[in-house]
Design a protein around this ligand. Structure first.
Ligand code: HEC
Ligand code: HEC
Length: 293
């Protein structure tokens, strides 16, 4: 191996050699292309500028902030604040505007429905079910059959003050416990239950139902609240007994049990627990679930 340090020009390429040569193979001295070098230098200069302008170096506590004061976190905070501000405006409009105005404003209505749905999942689903389908004792809010009324204002009042709740303005009523308090005999109760079933066109014993009808329409008995025709009365939260939609169930046992005990379901008041905008959004959402009276 020869190791001569003689710089010559390579006859084939015309490029100078470095003078390193091994067994007749010489190393060409090809410089880096100019454009590449300048780009490289430019990058170095750019990086210094970047260090100064932007947050870059970690410090013991925190990091260098950079002269521009740029921060992803500030950006996110500002973006969140912007969303909050626009939500605050929408919430204000929800509280201030009438139901008719909200319904006529698609942006506001969608905002109310979306917010109502979330609040329903958080506060109401435990009792009424995720899909507001209800369960025995807990009203189904999807149908257009309302115990206390299905207009927007009636729903709003129910949600605000509750039913048999601890709020002074609560909706309140109580079906007597006809069995427990000995107002009716067990046979009168089973007869009346037969009549109640006949109101919803469920299979029933005709003779018993006839006897039950007399009890139902008798003085101070059922018709006072449920009406002679059994269609109910929203003023006193007496369910319609003719729709075959049941709060407590349609079996003979369930109906006889209702007449015996009177029940009296409790729905909490939300006024004071939820802000007025949320309560109104809930009422709008629930109204949209039923037929929308
Ligand atoms: C602790 C259980 C419970 C919770 C939580 C609850 N409800 Fe109720 N809700 C009831 C019961 C029980 C009834 C039926 C009361 C009755 O027997 O008349 C009812 C009835 C209603 C009614 C009246 C239905 C009708 O046919 O008139 C509406 C509207 C309603 N709830 C909406 C809501 C909304 C909205 C929320 C959430 C903010 C909510 N409820 C949370 C138990 C609950
Ligand atoms: C003072 C008013 C009042 C009187 C009188 C009354 N009810 Fe009721 N009734 C109600 C109320 C209020 C409810 C709802 C109870 C609840 O929400 O827990 C109800 C519920 C019922 C239900 C349950 C309906 C369902 O959807 O599950 C039946 C059945 C019923 N009543 C039958 C009768 C019969 C039969 C009589 C007479 C023997 C009677 N009621 C008398 C107020 C009354």
């Amino acid at each position: 191996m020869a190791d001569k340090h003689e710089q010559t020009v390579d006859p084939h390429t015309g490029t100078a050699t470095t003078g390193h040569e091994w067994d007749g193979i010489a190393e060409l001295n090809t410089p880096l292309p100019r454009w590449w070098l300048w780009t490289f230098y430019a990058c170095i200069i750019w990086s210094f500028g970047y260090w100064v302008a932007y947050p870059t170096w970690p410090l013991v506590s925190g990091y260098t902030k950079g002269l521009l004061g740029y921060s992803e976190r500030t950006n996110v905070t500002e973006a969140l604040q912007a969303v909050r501000d626009s939500q605050a405006k929408l919430n204000e409009a929800i509280v201030k505007d009438s139901f008719a105005d909200i319904k006529a404003n698609p942006q506001l209505l969608n905002f109310a429905l979306a917010g109502g749905k979330v609040a329903f999942g958080d506060n109401c689903a435990a009792c009424h079910g995720r899909g507001a389908q209800g369960s025995p004792g807990f009203a189904n809010l999807n149908d257009d059959n309302w115990i206390w009324g299905g207009t927007f204002d009636q729903i709003l009042q129910t949600v605000r003050y509750g039913i048999r709740s601890d709020h002074p303005e609560t909706r309140i009523s109580q079906m007597p416990a006809f069995g427990v308090d000995g107002l009716l005999t067990p046979s009168q109760i089973s007869d009346t239950a037969e009549f109640v079933r006949s109101l919803s066109k469920l299979p029933h014993d005709n003779a018993a139902a006839e006897r039950g009808k007399a009890v139902f329409q008798g003085d101070g008995a059922c018709a006072t609240c449920h009406g002679d025709d059994g269609k109910g009365n929203q003023e006193v939260g007496a369910p319609n007994l003719t729709a075959n939609i049941w709060l407590y169930g349609e079996t003979r046992e369930a109906i006889a049990n209702q007449i015996t005990t009177g029940h009296g379901g409790v729905m909490p008041a939300w006024s004071g627990r939820l802000d007025p905008a949320t309560i109104k959004k809930l009422a709008i959402y629930v109204h949209s679930l039923g037929g929308g009276q």
